[in-house]
Design a protein around this ligand. Structure first.
Ligand SMILES: Cc1cc2nc3c(=O)[nH]c(=O)nc-3n(C[C@H](O)[C@H](O)[C@H](O)COP(=O)(O)OP(=O)(O)OC[C@H]3O[C@@H](n4cnc5c(N)ncnc54)[C@H](O)[C@@H]3O)c2cc1C
Length: 384
C-alpha cells in the first residue's frame, strides 16, 4: 500500500530468507477483495484451493451445519475461502517488490527497536545501524521488538489449552462423508478442526493441562489423535507437528507518533475462524493507505490516528469476540452446552437470512464494511 501509494519503502526482515513454516492457511472473501488490487489473486488461486463450503460436524454423526459462501456473490468478488499458505502470498509479494523501483528488501536485518522523533522516526538494527525515515511500520509479529521498545502494553489472556497442529498427506475425504475443505468438528472428548491445504490435511487438537508438550508431540499421541479421525491399520505419515499457546491480546495503541503497529505486532487471537492474518492484512490496507496519504500531504496526521483507533476497535470488538465465541462453542464444557451450540448452528444454517448474516460475519465482509468510509477516504474502494 505504501509503495503503490508512491512512498519509498525499506523492508527489514530478520530471517535470512522468506520464512516458510506453517502458519495461516485461510484467506477470507473480504481479504481477497482487498488483495485484488495487487493482481495476486490468480496466482494464489492457482497455488491454493477454492473452498466455497465450510462445515460444522459432530465427530460421531457427521455434518451438522454447512455454509456455502456462494450465497454472498452479490457482496464479494470472491465468494469462497481460499486455502493457501501464508508463505505463498509472501513469495508472490516479494516478486512484486523486486520489480518496484521504490522498494528495497533487506533480509538478515533484525530490528531491535524504534523511536518516534516527532518529525521523523528511527529503526535501530541489531547490527548497530540506525535507519531514519518519515515513519516506521512495525509488522514484526507477536513478539514485536518494536512494540516492546515503545513500552506498549499487550494485555489480554492466555487460554488454558494449547493447540497441537498435525499435517498428513492421507486423503481423509475418501473416508468421511461430505467432508468440506474447512471443518469444525465437535466431540464430547476431543474436538478438532480439520482443514485441507493443497497437499495435506491439517488437524488442530486441544491439549489440556495434564499433557506435557513432548508427550502431545510424541508418536503415540499423534497416531492416537489421527486414528480418532479415520482409524487405520498402518501408521499415519505425519508431515508436520507443532504445539503452541493460544492468546487473545491487543496492544494499548497501534500508533505512537510516526510508528504504526500492524498484524500480530498489534493483536493476536485464537486461530479458530482464521482471522489473525486476515485482520493483519486489513490493518495493512487501511493504515498503509492512510500513512501514504499523510506522507503525501493529502490528509492530516489526525486522520491516521483515527484510522489506527478504528483498527484497534475492530481487533477488540470483531476479531477477538468472534474467535473467542468460536473457541467457546467448540470447546463447550458439558454435553448439554455442546448440543445447544450444535443445534444453534444447524438452525442458523437452515434459515437462509440467518445463514447469510452468519457468513457475512465469518467471512469478515462485515469487518471491512465497518471501515468502508475510512477506506474510501484514503482512496481504497471495496466490492459490494
Ligand atoms: C497454526 C496457526 C494457524 C493459523 N491459521 C490462520 C488462518 O488460517 N488465517 C488467519 O488469518 N490467521 C491464522 N493464524 C494467525 C496468523 O498466522 C498470524 O496472524 C499471522 O501470521 C500474522 O502475520 P504477521 O505478518 O503480522 O506476523 P508474522 O507472520 O509473525 O511475521 C512477522 C515477520 O517479521 C519478522 N520479524 C520478527 N521479528 C523481527 C525483527 N525484530 N526484525 C525484523 N524482522 C522481524 C519475522 O521473521 C516474520 O517474517 C494462524 C496461526 C497459527 C499459529
Amino acid at each position: 500500500m505504501l509503495a503503490s501509494g508512491g512512498i519509498d519503502v525499506t523492508l527489514l526482515e530478520a530471517a535470512p530468507e522468506l520464512p516458510r513454516e506453517l502458519r495461516a492457511s485461510t484467506f477470507h472473501p473480504a481479504t481477497l477483495d482487498l488483495l485484488d488490487r495487487f493482481g495476486v489473486i490468480d496466482e494464489m488461486v492457482q497455488r491454493g484451493l477454492v473452498a466455497p463450503r465450510f462445515a460444522y460436524r459432530d465427530r460421531r454423526t457427521g455434518v451438522v451445519a454447512e455454509f456455502n459462501l456462494g450465497m454472498l456473490d452479490d457482496v464479494t468478488d470472491h465468494p469462497f475461502r481460499l486455502q493457501c499458505e501464508q508463505y505463498k502470498l509472501c513469495e508472490i509479494m516479494l516478486d512484486r517488490f523486486r520489480s518496484m523501483a521504490n522498494v528495497d528488501v533487506r533480509f538478515g536485518a533484525e530490528v531491535v527497536g524504534a523511536v518516534d522523533h516527532g518529525d521523523t522516526a528511527a529503526a535501530h538494527l541489531a547490527s548497530g545501524e540506525t535507519l531514519v525515515a518519515d515513519a516506521v511500520v512495525a509488522a514484526d509479529g507477536a513478539a514485536s521488538a518494536v512494540r516492546k521498545s515503545l513500552g506498549l502494553g499487550f494485555d489480554g489472556m492466555t487460554y488454558e489449552d494449547r493447540y497441537l497442529v498435525l499435517s498428513t498427506p492421507f486423503e481423509m475425504a475418501d473416508h468421511l462423508d461430505d467432508l468440506a475443505y474447512v471443518n469444525y468438528i465437535s466431540d464430547p472428548e476431543e474436538w478438532l478442526v480439520l482443514l485441507r491445504t493443497v497437499d495435506l490435511w491439517r488437524a488442530l487438537f486441544p491439549v489440556g493441562d495434564g499433557e506435557a508438550d513432548d508427550e502431545a508431540l510424541s508418536d503415540p499421541s499423534v497416531q492416537r489423535r489421527l486414528n480418532g479421525i479415520v482409524h487405520r491399520s498402518e501408521p499415519y505419515d505425519v508431515a508436520h507437528r507443532t504445539i503452541y499457546r493460544v492468546h487473545q491480546r491487543v496492544a494499548d495503541r497501534f500508533l505512537v507518533g510516526r510508528v504504526v503497529l500492524m498484524g500480530d505486532a498489534a493483536h493476536i487471537n485464537n486461530p479458530l475462524g482464521g482471522m489473525g492474518m486476515n485482520g493483519g492484512i486489513h490493518d495493512a490496507v487501511l493504515l498503509g493507505a492512510s500513512l501514504a496519504a499523510v506522507l503525501r500531504g493529502d490528509i492530516g496526521a489526525d486522520r491516521l490516528s483515527h484510522h489506527a483507533e478504528l483498527r484497534r476497535a475492530l481487533a477488540v470488538d470483531y476479531v477477538r469476540r468472534h474467535t473467542h465465541e468460536n473457541a467457546q462453542s467448540l470447546a463447550a464444557p458439558d454435553g448439554a452446552a455442546r448440543q445447544r451450540a450444535l443445534d444453534h448452528l444447524a438452525a442458523t444454517a437452515a434459515a437462509p437470512d440467518e445463514a447469510r448474516a452468519y457468513m457475512l460475519q465469518a467471512s469478515m465482509i462485515n469487518a471491512v464494511h465497518a471501515m468502508s468510509a475510512e477506506l474510501e477516504e484514503v482512496g481504497v474502494f471495496t466490492t459490494g
